[in-house]
Design a protein around this ligand. Structure first.
Ligand SMILES: NC(=O)c1ccc[n+]([C@@H]2O[C@H](COP(=O)([O-])OP(=O)(O)OC[C@H]3O[C@@H](n4cnc5c(N)ncnc54)[C@H](OP(=O)(O)O)[C@@H]3O)[C@@H](O)[C@H]2O)c1
Length: 277
């Protein structure tokens, strides 16, 4: 992945250009909070917004994008089908409702939010239909482990182009990253900042001082140098801006490895093999 600037993209398996840096909006409240966050992000040059039906803020995301005086094709919008909407018909319906809330007539990326047992293959068939019908530019999965990917790929017509999963210095998952890259599925990190937990890791603070950067910037740059799309969330204007100031330095190979070594295989979110929602 060649890193240029905040608007830089990575080419997905089907040729679609996806900005490798974006804004996450999980826990940004619908209404003014999410509208402000997305507006500040777009003003700062972000061109990729990651939402989901379950975040209950798609309307605000759509409103901020519509008001931004940008062409629709300048912003990459991801949303996700929630677990209770899985299955073929339900997914098609959920997609239509997301489009309506987002005030758009297509999505750039639509993801299966979690690998709901007995459901995700049917859900995938719906995503394939949406893709073949031209209603979404790329389709993918989220929270899929290697065995979920193998299982899905056995039966699919269109392979997922992206897998979005929990990824941060305490959960590096080298085998899953390798597997995705081998399958030409682009890995994408969620909770790259461990929802704030990275700021307590003293080795990262030291490294941030060394590069005259803050911890968030070092961690986000580490994501990108590993070829991983990243979507940090912030609802604060200054932090939204500063999180994007990661294109003016490079982490050395030794320091990349030192961050990899902080791995403790520790999740802050649910285990994709054992979740009950
Ligand atoms: N697919 C999935 O299952 C899944 C699951 C979780 C998340 N996601 C996606 O991934 C995105 C990112 O993950 P996340 O929201 O869980 O967590 P995150 O991005 O790791 O961390 C967000 C937290 O860090 C704070 N923060 C951000 N930048 C900061 C900075 N520079 N200095 C200090 N604090 C900072 C934010 O507070 P402020 O807002 O106050 O700045 C917020 O509390 C989500 O928003 C969502 O789009 C997907």
């Amino acid at each position: 992945m060649k890193l240029t600037d905040i608007k830089g993209t990575v080419t997905l398996a089907n040729g679609v250009e996806m900005p490798y840096f974006g804004l996450g909006v999980f826990k940004s409240r619908g209404g003014s909070e999410v509208i402000n966050s997305v507006t500040w992000a777009l003003e700062a040059g972000y061109r990729h917004i990651d939402t989901a039906t379950i975040y209950e803020n798609e309307e605000g995301v759509g409103e901020a994008i519509s008001k931004a005086h940008l062409n629709r094709d300048e912003v990459f919008i991801t949303s996700k089908v929630w677990n209770s909407d899985q299955g073929f018909d339900n997914t098609l319906r959920a997609f239509d409702e997301s489009l309506k809330r987002l005030s758009t007539d297509y999505l750039d990326l639509y993801l299966v939010h979690w690998p709901v047992k007995g459901k995700y293959k049917e859900t995938w068939k719906a995503l394939e239909k949406l893709y073949k019908d031209g209603r979404v530019r790329a389709i993918g999965v989220s929270n899929f482990l290697a065995h979920h990917l193998d299982d899905l790929i056995q039966d699919c017509d269109v392979k997922p182009m992206v897998n979005q999963f929990e990824f941060h210095p305490r959960l590096v998952q080298p085998d899953l990253v390798k597997k995705c890259l081998e399958l030409n599925i682009r890995p994408e990190a969620w909770s790259p900042l461990m929802q704030g937990g990275v700021f307590d890791i003293k080795e990262l603070q030291k490294m941030a001082n060394k590069y005259s950067k803050n911890v968030a910037q070092v961690v986000l740059r580490w994501n990108l140098q590993k070829g991983i799309i990243t979507i940090p969330k912030s609802a604060n204007k200054n932090r939204i801006e500063s999180n994007a100031h990661i294109f003016d330095f490079e982490i050395s190979e030794d320091d990349m490895k030192a961050i990899d070594k902080l791995d403790k295989n520790r999740r802050i979110g649910a285990d994709p093999d054992n979740f009950d929602f």
